[in-house]
Design a protein around this ligand. Structure first.
Ligand code: PEP
Ligand code: MG
Length: 774
């Protein structure tokens, strides 16, 4: 029972995260509830501005009724639910004195009516109505379950922003700006920020701005809670900035005279009382120190820019520079990160590089919220492997979240609660407990093999990057390590590791893998993974530029060093070597020659290695797909890198939140290409693994298995869920579904069809067991 509940609650969160706007969210929620609980009608009525109950979404009643059915609170059974503020179950509704019939709605056929109030935190929002054809399909015993669902829908509506459109849940307005002409200040409020959940789990902690990524663009006019405190913060920041400059001037080494003069001028400006007083005045109007600073700096910049004298005009950039320095101190940029991680912490930033995430990884780092970011960026991949909940694309986060705020981050729905009320804190604690219970249930499958209901075995592998990921491999019962991203340990270093250092690290991985096959991928840097010690060119399109195998082939000695280190650990286990981002036969020929030459080097040194080490490539570029028949003759195996393959097929940058909605592995082109690769590999008898984030998504996993893929590799935490899911899948039916999908030309249609298929597969677990026949 708990399981159904948690899954439905999670699904409702997911719906909220995926959809924008009340109508679509409600439509999908009623659909979900109706399907999951096998009821004939599920409708949501919300109180509109005229205090009438208005039908907002329905499954089962005729669609034209949406928006057309309205009733006063004193009318109908639905109104009665609100009057009583309690669930109401009525068998044979027309016989009830409060029954009100709406012609054309189609509700005459239904024999049972169950209404539940939608209320959140003493705020009455509307009514959830369940109706069934059969008289006994819903009974008193079902009320607690539906009440929980109603509670979740109400919370989702209130906090998911859906009701924002109806302006039901706006916070208190801040004080009016002093002059009507000034820009409208956004109210500070406790509430929610909404983004895309990309690394599951719930995190709770204090907000900490991510240093270096925040400039004035991210600061919006915001109301402060305590002007006295803001003045103090401003004074401290000014003092720290003056000190910083004094240090720079004192340590004049490396500064030419002109630079020193500029710094001195900056210092004088910092001591200027008018400048500081202007900021103070703004703080007295209840703005935060950051937004007051931004406003005044902006005014000064404008004034300087308008001056006739070119020298003075140029001083505008000095003011900007000083402002940025003060801002950095206000945001605490000069504090050592480790000091800041004294308590449970949620990092807030525009974006975070994989390198920063590795560097800042910390016991107390509980979650990350970004205003930008891409679903399959390497920072997201790392966050998953660190099991740190992450939300990206929360574009308005800087308007609401201040450093030090208490946050709850839901890495699934993408909701970030800023200073949430106790009821939300409790709800999330409860959900966390339920998730733990679910983990325990899935953990029983750990030693079981992953197989479909009709007996086909699937090897479920883990993608790893750091040594610590090996704990997850064991915790989640991975069969193999389908992808070891060797660049991750390179990210945290100051220079390239030597052959010896790499061999020691790879040995640890292979030994800890305890006989599981380990596919070690050579360096895949560039794109969004930059090494501080490698001079990367500034590129317009880094994903189309100096990246991956191209870097390795250009940096011959580094490449050969890594290959030798990998070869050295090959006798210690089932080790395979893999080359990323191959686009031509020439590249494969070249890497195979280098591999042979480095085997020769080891042989001449008398160092042991596996002469037959399987060597494979990643197929992640459309060109490689087209020439796969030639490539396959030269390799032992392939791995399909869906993260890149999707971005290159669809021309959608995997890291760009602006086009995130276009990044979809269910695009018919992607499905066709992957099916083609799998089929060709099977024909040629080459092992094929599908990795990348899509492999952890049950919908994609289902299709991949149907295509004939028997090896998937994913973030380790996704393995138990996939195993549990595949055990309910009939391969025969999956193949039939795939054939049907292949005839569809539209991503949304495929998505919808697959959602129905997955819901059907999970139906065996749905509630109540006695289904109503439609
Ligand atoms: C991929 O592209 O799918 C892949 C697994 O490699 P990465 O995410 O490291 O680019
Ligand atoms: Mg890739």
């Amino acid at each position: 029972m708990e399981r159904h509940k948690i899954r439905l609650l999670a699904d409702i969160s997911a719906v909220t995260a995926e959809t924008r706007g009340t109508e679509e969210t409600l439509k999908r929620i009623v659909d979900l509830v109706a399907k999951r609980f096998h009821v004939d009608v599920c409708s949501v009525y919300l109180l509109n501005e005229a205090e009438e109950l208005e039908l907002k979404a329905t499954i089962g009643l005729r669609q034209p009724s949406v928006g057309a059915i309205r009733m006063k609170k004193a009318e109908g059974l639905t109104g009665l639910v609100l009057e009583k503020m309690a669930p109401l179950l009525v068998v044979d509704p027309p016989s009830h004195e409060r029954y009100k019939h709406f012609a054309g709605s189609g509700e005459e056929t239904y024999q049972t009516f169950l209404g539940l109030p939608l209320a959140f935190h003493q705020q009455v929002l509307g009514v959830l109505v369940i109706q069934t054809v059969e008289r006994d399909a819903v009974s008193e015993a079902d009320i607690p379950v539906f009440s929980t669902i109603a509670g979740q829908i109400a919370a989702t509506l209130a906090y998911g922003g859906a009701l924002n459109d109806l302006q039901k849940f706006a916070g208190k307005d801040g004080p009016r700006p002093a002059s009507g002409k000034e820009e409208q200040k956004r109210p500070r409020r406790s509430g929610i920020v909404r983004g895309i959940g990309v690394s599951r789990g719930v995190a709770e902690g204090r907000a900490l701005y991510l240093r270096g990524t925040i400039g004035f663009e991210q600061i919006h006019p915001a109301q402060s809670r305590d002007p006295g405190l803001e003045l103090q913060r401003l004074d401290d920041a000014f003092r720290a900035t003056r000190q910083e400059m004094a240090n720079l001037i004192e340590d004049a080494t490396g500064l030419v005279h002109q630079e020193q003069a500029i710094l001195e001028a900056h210092q004088m400006f910092l001591s200027d009382k008018t400048f500081r007083n202007d900021i103070r005045k703004r703080i007295h109007q209840a703005y935060t120190a950051e937004s007051a600073l931004k406003h005044v700096v902006g005014q000064y910049v404008e004034r300087f820019r308008a001056m006739e004298d070119p020298y003075l005009r140029e001083r505008s950039s000095d003011v900007e520079d000083i402002g940025r320095r003060v801002l950095r101190h206000l945001l605490g940029s000069e504090t050592e990160p480790v000091q800041a991680f004294r308590e449970a912490t949620i990092l807030i930033g525009t974006d975070i590089s994989p390198m920063d995430l590795v560097r800042l990884r910390n016991e107390q780092l509980k979650g990350v919220v970004l205003s930008r970011g891409g679903r399959t960026s390497h920072s997201v991949i790392l966050a998953k492997s660190f099991e740190i909940p992450m939300v990206i694309g929360a574009s308005d986060l800087f308007e609401f979240i201040q450093e030090g705020d208490h946050l709850i981050v839901d890495g699934m729905s993408g909701l970030v609660f800023d200073d949430p009320p106790e009821v939300i804190v409790d709800e999330y604690r409860r959900l966390r407990n339920e998730a733990e219970a679910e983990f325990k249930r899935l953990d029983l499958l750990r030693e079981e093999r992953a197989r479909t209901a009709d007996g086909t075995e699937i090897q479920l592998g883990a993608n790893i990057g750091l040594l610590s990921d090996l704990d997850l491999v064991k915790k989640y019962g991975a069969d193999h390590i389908g992808l070891y991203r060797t660049e991750f340990p390179f990210l945290a270093r100051r220079d390239f590791p030597s052959e010896e250092e790499q061999a020691i690290l790879y040995e640890k991985i292979v030994v800890a893998a305890e006989n599981r096959p380990v596919t070690i991928r050579t360096l895949d840097v560039g794109g969004d993974k930059f090494l501080s010690y490698l001079d990367f060119p500034k590129e317009q399109n880094p994903y189309l530029g100096w990246r991956s195998i191209r870097v390795s082939l250009d940096m011959d000695e580094i490449f050969r060093t890594q290959i030798r280190a990998i070869l050295r650990v090959s006798p210690l286990g089932d080790v395979r070597i893999m080359f990323p981002m191959i686009t031509s036969v020439k590249e494969v020929q070249r890497v195979m020659v280098i591999l042979a030459e480095e085997k020769e080097v080891l042989r001449s040194r008398g160092v042991a290695y596996d002469e037959k080490i399987p060597a494979g490539i990643m197929v992640e570029v459309p060109a490689a797909v087209r020439i796969l028949k030639y490539l396959l003759n030269r390799v032992d195996f392939v791995s399909i890198g869906t993260n890149d393959l999707v971005q290159y097929i669809l021309a959608v940058d995997r890291n760009n939140e602006k086009v995130a909605s276009l990044y979809d592995p269910l695009h018919p082109a992607v499905i066709e290409v992957i099916a083609e690769i799998v089929a060709l590999c099977r024909l040629k008898g080459k092992t094929v693994t599908i990795c990348g984030e899509a492999a952890s998504n049950p919908v994609c996993g289902y299709l991949f298995v149907a295509m004939g893929a028997d090896r998937l590799s994913m973030n380790a935490a996704a393995i138990p869920v996939m195993k549990d899911f595949l055990r309910k899948v009939s391969l025969k039916e999956a193949k039939a579904t795939l054939e049907r999908i292949k005839t569809m030309d539209d991503t949304d249609a495929i998505s919808e069809h697959m959602a129905a298929v997955i819901a059907d597969i999970q139906r065996e677990e749905t509630y109540p067991a006695r289904a109503v026949h439609r």
